[in-house]
Write a protein that binds this ligand. Structure first.
Ligand code: DP6
Length: 325
């Protein structure tokens, strides 16, 4: 009972920022992302009768503490579903998501873990069911089941059965690029889980954020359909700014931005003044991701690399969905 899965991370163009149910991870809004080919996790799950507990090895290192608990608790979900209580596994993960790039490796991590676990237990889940399982590890991870452009439908049911990802456009629909701009920055002190909860519970701006989302989502999907880069970029950038604005209205207020974050935002605005279509988006951390078209790569890279505080720029194309090795 052994299987290996590979899943890529994703970057949200319309952000998921808040839960209506923390236990089974149900969001307050639908979100949309693009899967990235440069960053992925490969995970092998091997269930063995003789094991007395799960083990988790990440990048050749045995893991204990909170990350171990997260993995073993997550496996418990599958064991219950498969009626296999007491059947433990060896989990081996290889993470090709440089932590410094500011991508939550949890997206590719939980997607690969879910895929490999379901396969090893021979559950024969379809992608929708797999996405539902993945969502319960980390919300954004449910979008990593598919390649290309992906929506996470928030759903309305209390049991979460209608909250899962759906593919909007495949990997080969549109060749856009995403540069992950790595900054000299301090470690973030508010995780996305804690930050979104504080925002939902206390932010004066949270209702305003929620109000504009359905329209952002409709418009960006229309833009993706027509491959209208200016439209998609402008909506994604504005949506990111609105999400980050909600953190300033929280009690106590907080921000993920640092001075270097703002320098990259300025570089992107400068690029646009020079006639180059580039747009930024930022998740729950200081690093910036820049969207642009392949023909502008040289100019975009030059400007980004010359920006104060930038240590590295990692380019990604649109990635594929989960696969089994
Ligand atoms: C800002 O998916 O990491 O990246 O569900 O608590 O694990 P949990 O949160 P997570 O949050 C991602 C937030 C975001 C926006 C997004 O990816 O949509």
């Amino acid at each position: 009972m052994r299987a290996t899965a590979k899943a890529h991370t994703n970057i949200a163009l319309i952000k998921y920022w808040g839960k209506r149910n923390e236990e089974i991870i149900l969001p307050t809004n639908s979100s949309l992302s693009v899967t990235l080919d440069a960053f992925y996790t490969e995970t092998t799950v091997h269930f063995k009768e003789e094991l007395e507990r799960d083990t988790f090895i990440l990048n050749d290192q045995e893991i204990s503490g909170v990350p171990y608990d997260q993995v073993t608790n997550y496996l418990e979900l599958f064991r219950s579903y498969a009626d296999q209580k007491g059947l433990f596994a060896e989990v081996h993960s290889l993470n090709k998501v440089p932590t410094a790039a500011g991508f939550a490796s949890s997206a590719s991590g939980f997607a690969a873990l879910a895929g490999a676990t379901a396969k090893a237990l021979q559950l024969n889940l379809d992608d929708t069911a797999l996405s539902r399982f993945t969502r319960q590890g980390s919300g954004s991870a449910c979008r990593s089941i598919y390649g290309g452009f992906v929506q996470w439908e928030m759903g309305t049911l209390a049991d979460g059965s209608d909250s899962y990802a759906i593919p909007i456009a495949p990997q080969d629909h549109w060749d856009i690029r995403v540069a992950a701009v790595v900054l000299t920055a301090k470690e973030k002190d508010v995780s996305s889980r804690v930050g979104m909860k504080r925002t939902v519970d206390t932010s004066a701006f949270y209702d305003g954020w929620l109000e504009t989302l359905p329209r952002d989502l409709e418009e960006i999907k229309e833009g993706i359909g027509r491959r209208d880069f200016e439209k998609v970029g402008a909506i994604a950038e504005a949506n990111c700014l609105k999400m980050h604005a909600t953190t300033l209205g929280a009690v106590p207020p907080f921000t993920y931005w640092q001075d270097t974050t703002m320098s990259v935002m300025e570089t992107v605005q400068q690029l646009r003044k020079e006639g180059i279509s580039a747009y930024f988006t930022i998740d729950a951390g200081p690093n910036v991701k820049v969207l642009y078209l392949p023909e502008d790569e040289e100019k975009v890279m030059q400007k980004l690399q010359a920006t104060n505080g930038v240590t590295e720029v990692i380019v990604s194309k649109v990635g594929e969905g989960i696969s089994y090795l």
